[in-house]
Design a protein around this ligand. Structure first.
Ligand code: ZN
Length: 277
């Protein structure tokens, strides 16, 4: 599943190719995505200009003129292909559900085998958007600091792993980067919110920002030449320290521990019991 850094990378890739351009046509091959595509979708986006491209959690946002926002979510398996040579070279492939042409020649293809993703439009203010109503803080925002986190978790008897997967607490974190951030902060994923001090929250905030920023930086390198050649955006394998490394030696300096896998609420968690307390 793409996590926040992947979506940020998709955002940057899309921004670099369609910012300022007008959507000239769109085709929808399948309307039964996670939520059915509205019958007016095409009408609402055609002939509108992309004023800016944004991201909230794992949602991509195309801010169009006339106060229209196109929301795109890649779900579990979605990706976006960008061709800068337009529709002429396009050969439809399986699971292409939506295509969009822009007046600068860019052609965008939304592909999603499992169809957990969706597209929809909002009119007006993002603050009223139903899917963002209960969404937690953006982890890379300045407002996400130790005090904020502590206020959200200090009375919780849930374990940190579950707290961080809860999108109402922090938006956009998934299984991979929660494992990475907990390892980086040397805090055990099974620790409860109640047993987490303000000082621990400080470490956690630093680690969460650090692992996400590192991954975004890595994703940025996959975008090299993207503007010139287009290509596929959505997934990349950043260098990970613990995720998927069960049985391997912990790579923290001077730690002699081994990475273990635990299943917490049905999700795999990777950690080192020797250095994560
Ligand atoms: Zn260790």
């Amino acid at each position: 599943m793409p996590e926040l850094p992947e979506i940020e990378t998709v955002k940057l890739g899309i921004e670099s190719t369609v910012l300022g351009s007008v959507i000239t046509s769109t085709k929808i091959f399948r309307r039964d995505l996670r939520f059915p595509v509205d019958k007016n979708f095409e009408k609402l986006i055609i002939n509108k200009r992309v004023l800016s491209v944004g991201r909230r959690s794992k949602y991509l946002l195309f801010f169009l003129n006339k106060k229209t926002i196109l929301v795109m979510h890649l779900g579990m398996s979605g990706k976006i292909n960008v061709s800068i040579n337009g529709v002429s070279e396009y050969e439809p492939s399986k699971h292409d559900h939506i295509t969009m042409s822009f007046d600068n020649g860019v052609f965008l293809i939304y592909n999603d085998p499992r169809r957990f993703g969706f597209v929809e439009t909002i009119k007006g203010d993002l603050a009223d958007y139903k899917r963002f109503k209960y969404m937690g803080i953006e982890p890379l925002s300045k407002k996400f600091d130790a005090l904020h986190l502590w206020s959200k978790i200090k009375n919780s008897s849930r374990v940190l792993k579950n707290i961080f997967l809860d999108q109402k607490v922090v938006a956009g974190l998934g299984n991979i980067y929660v494992s990475e951030a907990l390892w980086d902060s040397q805090i055990n994923p099974k620790r409860t919110g109640k047993k987490t001090s303000l000082a621990d929250c400080k470490k956690l905030v630093v680690s969460i920002k650090k692992v996400l920023e590192k991954a975004i930086k890595y994703g940025g390198t996959t975008l090299k030449d993207f503007r010139q050649i287009g290509g596929e955006v959505g997934y990349f394998q950043n260098k990970l320290q613990v995720y998927g490394k069960e049985g391997e030696a912990c790579c923290r300096r001077k730690c002699k521990g081994t990475i273990e896998k635990a299943v917490i609420s049905g999700r795999s968690t990777f950690y080192c019991a020797t250095c994560q307390k």
